[in-house]
Design a protein around this ligand. Structure first.
Ligand code: KG4
Ligand code: ZN
Length: 359
């Protein structure tokens, strides 16, 4: 079964073709990073316009890269939640039109749940050359979902059958990376630039506190972000009223690296502590990480060291936003639920994964 996935929830326009929920035939991602980096973050109106311009060329490229035509495609899967409204609208409109035009079943996909499914891709077309996991995860599966908008631990008993164990009470981890990067004067997006800067820094130079929370598996990153700001203000010799956007010019290179490394170390350790706790309690058969922050090498290193099982990580290209994960989840959805009418599909910009799972 060949599924075309379409993703446009934030600042990536993506399309991919996946066979039987496991084999990646093509994976096209048009990133808007260059467009948004001049503003230091995603500008929703600019994002929507860019999606509109590239969505059809991206879809056509996904089909031609996979060497297939519409006749070969069995279904379309598209992100309908959560994300920026204008961005979601373009992707879903394209998918609805194409489903109607080519008479294909249409499956609405939850973006955050889909991130987990990047881990189910274990085969690929010869031209792709990604380093993929050798086998699919098995259930029960513990998923640590860490992205720009989400930080949560989810226990999957089966496809579509999951429980939220805990989540962030304030900022998402990716958001914390992005904000700390801004304070340090590191370029957008902050996650990869913090990791790069951290390679040359001392992770134990600055001590930052770990949040203590009532929920066993909940996270909080807002306090850590403020602790970094206060320490940075102190180090450069200004008071707490000094604006954070004027800090970067006062930070020298070594300090920047040490702050990046110390922040990253503690932020990642917080995630890994909770994942370890959940592992001990639920004894899952597999553990996966998902979302943009899953690209972080320090997370992979710390998690593998903390858990007594072999974790196979998805390649970085499938951790950040892409449509391969959308098509993959689309396949498993098609086994469980009826397709949606192109006329009925509506976007749900703030739908959480848990709300969706309540039937
Ligand atoms: O999943 P994603 O591509 O988009 C959302 O659905 O949010 O995640 C984007 C987030 C951004 O906050 C970015 O800074 C972070 O993932 N990120 C990283 C790394 N690569 C991307 N964070 C830490 N380390 C990385 N290597
Ligand atoms: Zn994402």
């Amino acid at each position: 079964m060949l599924i075309l996935g379409i993703e446009s929830s934030c600042d990536e326009t993506a399309a991919a073709v996946v066979q039987d929920g496991t084999r990646l035939c093509s994976n096209v991602v048009n990133s808007q990073i260059d467009i948004h980096s001049q503003y230091g973050g995603v500008v929703p109106e600019v994002a929507a316009r860019s999606h509109l311009e590239v969505v059809m060329p991206v879809v056509n490229k996904a089909l031609s890269d996979a060497d297939v035509t519409w006749d070969n495609i069995d279904a379309i899967a598209v992100t309908y939640a959560p994300g920026l409204s204008g961005s979601l609208l373009i992707g879903t409109l394209a998918a609805k039109t194409l489903a109607y035009l080519h008479n294909k079943p249409l499956y609405p996909i939850h973006h955050v749940e889909a991130h987990v499914y990047a881990n189910f891709i274990t085969q690929q077309a010869d031209s792709l050359n990604l380093t993929l996991p050798t086998k699919q995860p098995t259930f029960p599966m513990l998923a640590l979902i860490v992205s720009g908008g989400h930080s949560q631990l989810v226990l999957f008993r089966d496809h579509g059958d999951y429980t939220l164990l805990g989540q962030t009470q304030d900022d998402a981890i990716g958001e914390a990376f992005d904000k700390v990067a801004k304070m340090l004067g590191l370029p957008y997006p902050g996650g990869p630039s913090i990791s790069r800067a951290a390679e040359q820094g001392d992770a134990h130079k600055y001590d930052f506190p770990k949040a203590k929370l009532a929920g066993m598996y909940d996270f909080s990153f807002s306090g850590l972000k403020t602790a970094v700001l206060r320490r940075l203000q102190r180090e450069v010799g200004v008071d707490f009223t000094f604006p954070s956007h004027e800090l970067p010019v006062r930070v020298d290179e070594q300090m920047r690296h040490d702050f990046a490394a110390s922040f990253q170390h503690i932020a990642i350790e917080t995630l890994v502590d909770k994942a370890r706790r959940a592992y001990d309690e639920y004894q899952p058969a597999s553990v996966v990480i998902a979302g943009g922050v899953a690209a972080n090498q320090e997370l992979r290193r710390q998690l593998s060291a903390a858990l007594p099982l072999d974790i196979e990580y998805a390649p970085i290209q499938l951790c950040t936003d892409n449509a391969a994960m959308i098509a993959t989840l689309g396949y498993y959805q098609s086994k469980r639920v009826e397709p949606t009418s192109p006329f009925a599909l509506e976007i749900r910009p703030s739908l959480s994964m848990v709300q969706e799972n309540v039937v």
